[in-house]
Design a protein around this ligand. Structure first.
Ligand code: PEP
Ligand code: MG
Length: 541
């Protein structure tokens, strides 16, 4: 068995025989020409045909991958008419008296090099698009055919690189996955593969022509390929592939469908995340938004206090990628089980009951304001809500809100863009439940953190494995607290969600719906099963 590693662009498994795709010899003519006007006409004819081809590819991509992706080929058509590009080609033909092939190749390479040298990774990746359209014109000028790269049986394609137009031309029914030596994760080829749901590995330097015809598995989860895998490994990856297929089938069944019960009650199903790394899972599982962004992971992943700009980027990336979906950012919940050295927090006898979360934020205002400013700045890029953890009093909620307002005023005075944010309170303590009416009057939503609510209601340390036998996740006291919270919230026009683990427990979904819970936010993997459950419930019975 051989193992090749690279960058995965889709979390999936592909199993099958490898076909190594060797590109045709791309030597191009370097002939000089006498009649430059005729050569310009040859070029213009190829340009017009290439534009027609891009339009046909647009139609194909539209059917297979959707509007956003197909747009790539509209952009290609525009690039083919770009004045700078066209002028550069004509200049080489007229000025250097060189043939159209040479002019297209040279101008294409030059423009691709300009893109490749840019700092912005998105613009860098456009270099592949320029090379792609130049190749399209070269194929027309030289009369070479680019279509028949696949055989007759489904295979994993291995290539040095694949252009977006090559990827979309591939017959999907014969394509199990692909591996390339080159390529970037922002390239349109990668974007296309993702949207067409094809497991693929890029930047795999290990590929060799000897792999041709061998059995292989692309493991997109671990960014590697196993060539000639051992029987045990093959079996376990086949199992994983089956699970993925089931999920895909569920996704196809549910995508775009509302989370509505048989008798017409709709509820939001969101996902819980820790950062940008989880956003793919939110999208892949078709969650309606993010109900809990555990922002403390931004702190846990830093060696020192994360700056406002660093946090702004971390939140903005998530918010922008998921817009217009709602992203609820929970302010820093450091302390108890989540500690970082640089904060130098004292050792405590009872950390779960200690100096944590909002308690730290309200006593270290500079620390809190750094985060709130970053969240408010990110709110200009999408649909952001903010919520405060571990609230036990109205005074705390008011203090947190006042600090948020202070930050907003400062940012506006500094001329920085900020959006509108809904404000929420996490209901994680019995104290918060008992004063839920008062809290609801002063915030837009509640999010019930059942993990901590269970811990504090039942006096069961959630970190202590020895207490497992005493844990009843359906403890009536906790369920009653949830019911009380929903009723209090609704009395004051405050919507109520659940973001603790209990939200994913499908044995309770019907009870939550009957209580009137407005939103369930669960780990991304639980989104689809939960949505399926909701759609099977009939509350009228
Ligand atoms: C909770 O307590 O239920 C919750 C969602 O927050 P965390 O698990 O991060 O404490
Ligand atoms: Mg909690």
């Amino acid at each position: 068995m051989q193992v090749g590693t690279g960058k995965s662009i889709l979390n999936g498994i592909a199993i099958g025989k490898i076909k190594v795709y060797k590109k045709k010899d791309t030597t191009i003519s370097t002939a000089e020409v006498e009649d430059t006007a005729a050569e310009i006409a040859r070029f213009e004819e190829a340009q017009a045909k290439a534009i027609e081809q891009q339009t046909a590819l647009y139609e194909k991509a539209l059917n297979e991958a959707g509007e956003d992706i197909a747009e790539v080929f509209n952009i290609h058509a525009m690039m083919l008419e770009d004045d700078d590009f066209v002028d550069a080609i004509k200049e080489i033909i007229n000025g250097q008296k060189m043939c159209a092939e040479y002019a297209v190749k040279t101008a294409g390479n030059n423009q691709a090099a300009v893109f490749a040298a840019m700092d912005d990774p998105y613009l860098q990746a456009r270099s592949a698009d320029v090379l792609d359209i130049a190749q399209a014109m070269l194929d027309i000028l030289q009369g070479t055919d680019t279509q028949s790269v696949q055989g007759t049986e489904p295979t994993i394609l291995v290539a040095e690189d694949l252009a977006p137009s090559e990827t979309v031309r591939l017959d999907k029914s014969l394509l199990l996955g692909f591996i390339t030596r080159e390529g970037s994760s922002n390239s349109h080829t990668a974007i296309l593969a993702r949207s067409m749901n094809i497991p693929a590995l890029i930047q795999c330097k290990d590929i060799t022509e000897e792999w041709d015809g061998q059995m292989a598995v692309i493991d997109g989860y671990n960014a590697c390929v196993y060539v000639d895998p051992t029987p045990d490994l093959l079996k376990s990856l086949q199992k994983r592939q089956q699970e993925d297929r089931k999920k895909q089938a569920l996704l196809q069944e549910l995508k775009g469908k509302p989370n509505t019960t048989l008798d017409g009650k709709t509820i939001n199903v969101y996902a819980n995340i820790g950062g940008i790394g989880d956003v793919g899972a939110v999208q892949q599982n078709d969650a309606g938004g993010v109900g809990l962004f555990r922002s403390e992971f931004v702190y846990l992943n830093s060696k020192d206090y994360p700056t406002e700009d660093y946090q702004f980027e971390a939140y903005k990336q998530v918010v922008e990628t998921l817009a217009p979906r709602k992203v609820i950012i929970r302010t820093c919940d450091i302390g108890a089980d989540k500690t970082v050295d640089y904060m130098k927090l004292d050792h405590e006898e009872n950390p779960a009951l200690g100096y944590r979360a909002i308690r730290i934020c309200l006593t270290r205002k500079d620390f809190f304001k750094t985060q709130l400013r970053a969240i408010l700045r990110a709110s200009a890029y999408g649909n952001v809500s903010v919520m405060f953890p571990m609230i036990i009093s109205l005074r705390e909620l008011r203090d947190a809100k006042a600090t948020l307002e202070e930050c907003r005023k400062e940012l506006v005075a500094e001329g920085k863009k900020v959006g509108e944010v809904e404000i929420g309170t996490m209901i994680e303590t019995p104290a918060a439940v008992m004063i839920a009416d008062d809290l609801a009057e002063e915030c837009d939503f509640f999010s019930i953190g059942t993990n901590d609510l269970t811990q504090y209601t039942c006096a069961l340390d959630r970190q202590n494995a020895k207490l497992e036998p005493f844990v009843n996740p359906h403890h009536p006291a906790v369920l009653k607290m949830i019911q009380m919270t929903v009723e209090a919230g609704h009395r004051h026009n405050c919507w109520v969600g659940i973001c603790g683990e209990l939200g994913a427990d499908t044995a309770l979904t019907e009870s939550f719906l009957r209580m009137g819970v407005d939103e369930l936010s669960v780990n991304p993997k639980s989104v689809l099963p939960l949505r399926k459950m909701i759609r099977s419930i009939d509350l009228s019975k």
